[in-house]
Design a protein around this ligand. Structure first.
Ligand code: ADP
Ligand code: MG
Length: 344
């Protein structure tokens, strides 16, 4: 049996101190960190980008199949992804947690192990937070702060007609990973003696439990002196996000099914569930890839990065938002691209 220390033994201040005592600030912009009434940040003339995301047990995560370390890591990464989606560099995070007495000090150590692993990997400082008890379950709210050279931030609403639509990485993996985890959970609940075999699906399950934010893509833009005309991260699914860019930019779009970035692992895993990989790529959420548009003139630069796919282009608004299938049929893109494809 592993040790279990009740949080009540440390108390709120003891727990905060325990969880934050080893912080070593990495950024010159982090002037005052944990331990005062507020943090002080100096971005030295750059603009500040700020975002917040909440994760609620039973709504956004299920601790039956989410290790606490992964949860800590993911709760940071999903926020950093939003900062990168503005073409900015994240520098600080603030971590707010509410925990019930179901959780021990050791459990919070595991969670913070994931938080600090993400902080180190992405070069951000944890500079504050708040800690509360909760009647039931675990609630996490992370605020991420970043910096951007004035006017280099990229919004969703500034795509131009004729711009190329681009996606990083591959899509649909996290969704299929979730299907596996939910299936194994159900089998386990019916018969706890059966040990889940998730090894063979480690890619898609990893996409769900341990997503990464596309820091490398933002660095690539910087290196190539490329500023996308619009950008957002893909948290709800490609269809839903492309509709946001189109609507907010007041344009239409055309994307091609054959150009969608679909990985071998996701395709094979989707077939095991007898679902269409294209539908997973269009509607599956939580991949945290970047969706962005670039001017046609930047096409040559985009081809330098193997991990970026051009999937279509922006059109006149009158054109609507459309997908052209491999069979050359045209369908309107809906937020559930899923069902549209089931129709004959
Ligand atoms: P206050 O009473 O001013 O809200 P707290 O006692 O809540 O202060 O917090 C003390 C310090 O610890 C502050 O710097 C706060 O930002 C930080 N902090 C509190 N909870 C957390 C947490 N869960 N993770 C990281 N830092 C935290
Ligand atoms: Mg407080």
């Amino acid at each position: 049996m592993s040790e279990r220390t009740e949080i009540s033994i440390l108390g709120e201040f003891g727990l905060i101190d325990h969880l934050t005592k080893n912080i070593e600030l990495q950024n010159a912009s982090s002037i005052v960190g944990v331990g005062d009434d507020a943090a002080v940040i100096d971005h030295f003339g750059k603009q500040t980008v700020i975002t917040s995301d909440m994760l609620v047990e039973g709504v956004h995560f299920d601790l039956m199949y989410t290790p606490l370390k992964h949860l800590g890591y993911k709760s940071v990464v999903v926020n950093l992804s939003d900062i990168y989606a503005m073409n900015a560099i994240p520098t600080q995070i603030i971590m707010n947690i509410a925990i019930s007495n179901r959780f021990s000090v050791e459990a919070m150590d595991e969670f913070y192990d994931g938080v600090y692993t993400a902080c180190t990997k992405y070069g951000v400082d944890l500079v504050g937070g708040d800690t509360s008890s909760s009647q039931k379950g675990f609630i996490i709210s992370v605020t991420a702060i970043g910096e951007v050279t004035p006017d280099k931030y990229v919004k969703r609403s500034t795509a131009k007609k004729g711009d190329l639509i681009c996606v990083s990485g591959d899509l649909g993996g996290a969704y299929v990973g979730l299907l596996f985890l939910e299936r194994e959970k159900k089998i386990y609940l019916e018969n706890p003696k059966i040990q889940p075999d998730l090894e063979s699906e480690s890619y898609v399950i990893g996409r769900m439990l341990k997503p990464e934010a596309r820091k490398d893509i933002i660095e690539f833009f910087e290196k190539e002196n490329l500023v996308p005309s619009s950008m957002m991260d893909i948290s709800d699914g490609l269809s839903s996000e492309i509709l946001h860019i189109s609507k907010q930019s007041n344009l239409g779009c055309i994307i091609y099914e054959e150009k969608l970035p679909i990985g071998e692992e996701m395709r094979n895993a989707a077939y095991k569930f007898e679902i269409d990989p294209t539908a997973c790529a269009l509607s599956g959420g939580e991949d945290y890839e970047l969706l962005f548009t670039v001017a046609k003139n930047d096409y040559n630069k985009i081809t330098l990065n193997q991990d970026i796919s051009v999937i279509g282009y922006m059109t006149e608004p009158e054109n609507g938002t459309q997908i052209i299938t491999k069979g050359d049929s045209t369908y309107p893109i809906t937020a559930q691209g899923w069902n549209a494809f089931k129709e004959p």
